[in-house]
Ligand binder design. Structure first.
Ligand code: HH2
Length: 299
């Protein structure tokens, strides 16, 4: 007798997600997706620039994000929006280090440092960061060595060029194959440096060297990246594709950001990076419930 087929088997062509991420002091089960709250202490970030500058404002933002259900806080001191001016490392440190020190004293949640500079990342780790979120995917040779040496966890994001030039590098023959292949190169370089696979999360880089339409494809086909065997992080919050394709100004992009988060979680993203914590927390918990619901047959 043949055993009955399950009613809702996973689509055969989609590899299984990796729902475990190792941080230095804990292991996260990502079937309940984790929420990374953005805390940009910059004057010029495209959405929250200028809002959380100063220790009091950054602390209030962190407190509120944690109350609303954030699982980790991502501290950034340099905007990576297309064409943003570069910030020197002294200035970036001046922005992020006091905030990291304060948040590390106050809270026990993991803190990540959003930087592409090894000198900033090193001081940030000393100040309490346990994750390096590098939009260049450890392009700087010292960054990978730093992550390997210190034992922190890392987010490797896909991008081409630099934030200043990335929108000149949006030509793909096969978007998903090329993003997957380029992320795999970054992943393999990190593994060769001795960074354990379990500590690495991968990110397709929504808005980084992508056309607006590419970002929709990345969200729809995100599941393809599970073949790389790492948890996936997605950051689509309030990004400009929602304006270019649908006409929404940054302050009117909440629902579009939620739609993107839902698509990402349905496709198996384990971490979602957002500005709007409360609404996204509610949204992703329900979305993950739908994603993992199993059918019940009686009688
Ligand atoms: N997006 C931004 C910055 N850092 N990191 C990861 N891993 N993934 C992302 O998609 C990502 C990121 C850009 O968004 P934001 O920080 O809100 O703006 P700005 O770069 O202007 O500070």
């Amino acid at each position: 007798m043949t055993s009955p087929q399950p009613l809702n088997p996973p689509p055969p062509q989609i590899p299984q997600p990796t729902y475990e991420w190792h941080l230095p002091d804990r292991v996260w089960d990502l079937r309940r997706p984790r929420l990374m709250a953005i805390v940009n202490v910059t004057p010029d970030s495209f959405y929250d620039g200028g809002r959380y500058q100063g220790l009091d404002a950054a602390l209030a933002r962190a407190e509120q994000a944690l109350e609303q259900g954030a699982d980790l806080l991502d501290i950034g001191g340099e905007s990576t929006r297309p064409g943003a001016p570069a910030v020197d490392s002294d200035e970036e440190c001046r922005r992020v280090l006091p905030v990291l020190e304060l948040l590390a004293r106050r809270f026990s949640v993991p803190l990540s440092i959003d930087t592409l500079k090894p000198s900033v990342a090193e001081k940030a780790i000393q100040s309490g960061a346990c994750i390096v979120n590098d939009v260049t995917g450890l392009e700087h040779p010292d960054m990978g060595a730093l992550v390997a040496r210190t034992g922190v966890s890392v987010v490797l994001m896909h991008m081409r060029g630099t934030p200043a030039t990335m929108q000149q590098h949006t030509h793909y023959q096969d978007l998903m194959a090329e993003v997957t292949g380029e992320l795999e190169l970054r992943l393999n370089a990190a593994l060769r440096l001795g960074i354990p696979r379990g500590r690495i999360a991968l990110d397709p880089g929504i808005g980084f060297a992508k056309t607006a339409a590419d970002n929709l494809v990345l969200l729809r086909r995100l599941g393809m990246l599970h073949c790389l065997g790492c948890p996936l992080l997605v950051g689509a919050s309030r990004k400009s594709f929602l304006g270019k394709l649908f006409g929404f100004a940054p302050e009117d992009r909440l629902e579009g950001s939620l739609a993107a988060a839902a698509a990402a979680v349905m496709a198996g993203a384990g971490i979602v990076r957002v500005h709007d914590v409360e609404a996204t927390r509610r949204l992703i918990d329900v979305t993950a419930g739908i994603r993992d619901a199993s059918e019940r047959v009686t009688g």
